[in-house]
Design a protein around this ligand. Structure first.
Ligand SMILES: Cc1ncc(COP(=O)(O)O)c(C=O)c1O
Length: 374
């Protein structure tokens, strides 16, 4: 008997194969698989292990807590954490051999302090803002931060392992911002070099740039979404295979007479006498509330539409007169092999991106790993 009424089945072979697709595209550049946000919802440690099996030699996360969780699980691959707030656990990161992304002057100051506190050299990657205008050192502050970095390097409180940037619009491979950001990145590298800072790893490419822009590969690429088999550019598949299948069991069925209203606020009324099937997944489990009346799931070999409001823990599907029963399996999304929607289909229906569909699958939904059970 299943212990929970729903689960997210994660195909770790699909993760390994999709990382291999990225590695082939990256050619001689190394691959840093991005496993932040619980491996984009697929599970931090199993995703990391599968990505390393698929050919990644580095792992990337946003927060130090994520990096420390990987280390606690015994993952000893090179690891970069790039998003910090003042007063964060940089010393713990340095102790755990986690490289620090430095995206602001204060972060460099704190990395130097962490090195002094631990008596070790902090391994850092300077993040340069070349036009995203998000995390990273902006052009106006770059010379000052590079001066401070050169000083810290000379004192051996830091080792500058990398210099990196992140694109604003790589999902449009011809977008002119990509060329502009590459030019700004090369300029930043030259300014660093003039100060004697020559990082071994220059990196810029997310999934989209890994798969479409060889001129952005440099020494290492940082794919995230593609590692989970989801395309960064809708309409292009790249040979990726979606790794997550979200499933649930029908909890009950009931007949609703023509004209009957269903779920909170009666946002849906039966057009004819029909059966609705209760699915024990709601917005607390990551099914967006605005899937009300539009989301589709596979049940009994047919795509069925959500009938009425998505609630916190449950929703209903209209199944007509089909012989659906409690215990039947519902597939919310998967690789699409059996006609079920994909996370990309969900994203398109709801006006979002597949990233949001997979990362928001709630903590109450256990991730299961069939390949790891043998
Ligand atoms: C700095 C950085 N690099 C790489 C990635 C991976 O991006 P994607 O999932 O689009 O490949 C992210 C994700 O947002 C990121 O923040």
């Amino acid at each position: 008997m299943p212990a929970t009424p729903a689960s997210a089945v994660v195909d770790t072979d699909a993760i390994a194969a999709s990382v291999a697709v990225c590695a082939a595209a990256a050619s001689t550049a190394q691959v840093m698989a991005v496993v932040k946000a619980d491996g984009y919802g697929h599970g931090l440690v199993p995703s990391a292990v599968a990505a390393l099996r698929g050919g990644a030699s580095w792992l990337g996360v946003a927060q130090v807590s994520e990096a420390l969780a990987l280390r606690a699980a015994g993952v000893d691959a090179p690891l970069l954490s790039w998003l910090h707030a003042p007063g964060g656990p940089m010393a713990a990161a340095v102790e755990a051999d986690v490289d620090l992304g430095i995206g602001a002057g204060w972060a460099l100051t704190e990395a130097v302090a962490a090195a002094r506190e631990t008596g070790r050299t902090a391994r850092v990657h300077l993040k340069v803002d070349t036009g995203l205008n998000r995390n990273g050192v902006p052009d106006a502050e770059l010379d000052d931060v590079l001066d401070a970095l050169a000083k810290a390097q000379a004192e051996e409180s830091v080792e500058v392992v990398g210099l990196f940037t992140h694109f604003a619009w790589a999902d449009e491979p011809d977008n002119p911002t990509i060329d502009a950001q590459l030019a700004a990145f090369r300029d930043a590298l030259a300014r660093a070099e003039r100060r004697g800072i020559v990082p071994q790893l220059r990196h810029a490419a997310n999934s989209a740039a890994t798969l479409t822009r060889p001129d952005a590969h440099f020494d290492l690429v940082r794919p995230g979404i593609a590692c989970y088999g989801l395309t960064p550019i809708p309409g292009l598949a790249f040979g990726l295979r979606p790794a997550m299948t979200l499933r649930a069991q029908v909890a009950l069925t009931k007949r609703v007479a023509a004209g009957g209203g269903v779920s909170y606020g009666h946002q849906w009324h039966a057009a004819r006498d029909t059966t609705v099937a209760l699915v024990p997944l709601g917005y607390a489990d990551g099914i967006p509330r605005n899937a009300t009346n539009v989301g589709a799931m596979q049940l009994g070999g047919v795509r069925r539409t959500v009938a009425g409001r998505v609630c916190m823990d449950q929703l209903l599907l209209d199944v007509g007169d089909d012989p659906v029963a409690a215990g039947d399996e519902v597939t919310v999304f998967g690789p699409g092999d059996d006609g079920e929607p994909t996370a990309q289909d969900w994203a398109e229906t709801l006006g979002t991106i597949s990233y949001e569909i997979v990362t928001r699958v709630g903590a109450r939904v256990p991730r299961t790993y069939p390949q790891e059970e043998t």
